[in-house]
Ligand binder design. Structure first.
Ligand SMILES: Nc1ncnc2c1ncn2[C@@H]1O[C@H](COP(=O)(O)OP(=O)(O)O)[C@@H](O)[C@H]1O
Ligand SMILES: [Mg+2]
Length: 384
């Protein structure tokens, strides 16, 4: 099988256009306008309706985490990736399912799609016909040689004619294991189909990529996440306010797993889930705090700004990394001279990188403050 198909869906989170005006006042106005835009965006779109069968399955799943409880049962329940699910259905109907490679960011429905596919092929006792291995299982070369091979070699005793091997989070497999897998795929195509799932497609060897039909799962559009959230809110009787919902959708960035997990955590901790609850529960800085921080870094004196931010970090338990992400988003809404913007973006990136390698928060904060000061100075210079 050497067919390659790339289905790239449009990215649902385009950059907002730069807002006119200058300096901090405009910055704040821009940030507020952006917040409103987002809130308006999430309105509309009726909650999804559940089938009787769906409701019965939900009762069986009482007590499970919501991400599992509300995992789609059929390919139709998988939201957003309609081109992908209909293509897969066509493959099944034609009886010509190729090996599949599904890739994309977490929480976008890769595992759910494959499990729904297995259920569609084999019905409820589908577990007997699949071998599912994920990152928590050992998937070194021995497993490929022994477990996968022996599963692949046993004959199938039902009409569909092939079994499924699901390799979840395959980008964690070693190169040696992938090389061994390539032979296994080739030898057993007759009675086994492989479904390879991963976040980073470039970690899968080209030899395996070229044996599979590839589908890219892009982050889910906010509207689709909102529809599912509405459905869960209604069923679990959550008290989610409009601003809480807007914050939840913004924070989940197209990751449905994150949306449902945060919703469940907030539901357990608070009676009313509003914007504050969402930000506090996830430990993410509130946009108002980010505005305060950026304003202070741009206009206060170095020492004052340093103590203000340190105090805020202590009081709210915020991580510098999240502040950098917040500051980055705020900068998108700001009109800044190019030389300052480029300088700042470069330094935000470096600080974030150093933090991820274990750099000290305190030193990185001073570096960041320094970068803001230089950026302000740069903005006052005229470039001829
Ligand atoms: N496209 C989708 N449609 C419906 N639910 C989804 C979708 N994507 C994710 N989810 C929800 O998020 C949870 C995690 O999804 P999963 O398929 O495991 O994501 P991935 O494998 O892409 O990381 C699922 O249990 C489901 O509740
Ligand atoms: Mg998965």
């Amino acid at each position: 099988m050497s067919e390659i198909m790339d289905i790239d869906m449009p990215d649902p989170t385009p950059c907002p256009p730069p807002k006119p005006a200058n300096a901090m006042a405009a910055l704040m106005a821009g940030a507020k306008a952006k917040g409103k835009e987002k809130a308006a965006d999430t309105e509309g779109g009726a909650p999804m309706v559940m089938s009787e069968e769906g409701l019965r399955i939900l009762d069986d799943k009482e007590g499970l985490p919501w991400v599992e409880k509300y995992r789609p049962n059929t390919l139709d329940d998988v939201v957003s990736h309609k081109d992908i699910t209909t293509t897969i259905e066509k493959f099944i109907d034609a009886g010509r399912l190729p090996h599949l490679l599904l890739y994309g960011p977490p929480g976008t429905g890769k595992t759910s799609t494959v499990l729904a596919l297995a259920r569609r092929l084999y019905g409820p006792p589908y577990k007997k016909h699949i071998l599912e291995l994920n990152a928590s299982d050992d998937r070194g070369i021995d497993v490929v040689r022994d477990q996968i091979k022996s599963f692949a070699m046993t004959k199938v005793l039902f009409s569909k004619g092939f079994k499924l091997v699901i390799l979840d989070e395959a980008d964690m497999m070693t190169q040696a294991a992938q090389a061994a897998l390539r032979r296994v795929i080739e030898q057993h195509t007759k009675n086994v189909r492989f479904c390879i799932l991963c976040n980073y497609v470039n970690k899968i060897t080209p030899a395996i990529q070229s044996r599979c039909t590839r589908f890219r799962f892009s982050p889910l559009p906010e509207k689709e996440v909102a529809r599912k959230v509405d459905q869960v809110v209604e069923r679990e009787k959550c008290n989610l306010t409009a601003d809480g919902k807007a914050a939840l959708l913004k924070l989940s960035r197209g990751d449905m797993r994150r949306a449902l997990n945060v919703l469940q955590a907030c539901h357990a901790a608070y009676d009313t889930i509003d914007e504050n609850a969402i930000y506090t529960c996830t430990g993410t800085p509130h946009p108002k705090d980010i505005e305060r921080v950026v304003e202070s870094m741009m206009s206060d004196e170095f020492g004052t700004s340093f103590s203000l931010i340190t105090a805020l970090k202590l009081e709210k338990g915020l991580a510098l990394q999240d502040m950098i992400t917040g500051a980055y988003e705020l900068l998108q809404t700001l009109e800044l001279p190019n030389q300052s913007r480029i300088y700042l973006l470069d330094h935000l990136g470096s600080c974030e990188h150093r933090l991820s390698l274990g750099g000290s928060e305190k030193i990185q904060l001073t570096a960041l403050l320094g970068a803001f000061k230089v950026a302000v100075e740069l903005s006052q210079k005229r470039i001829k």
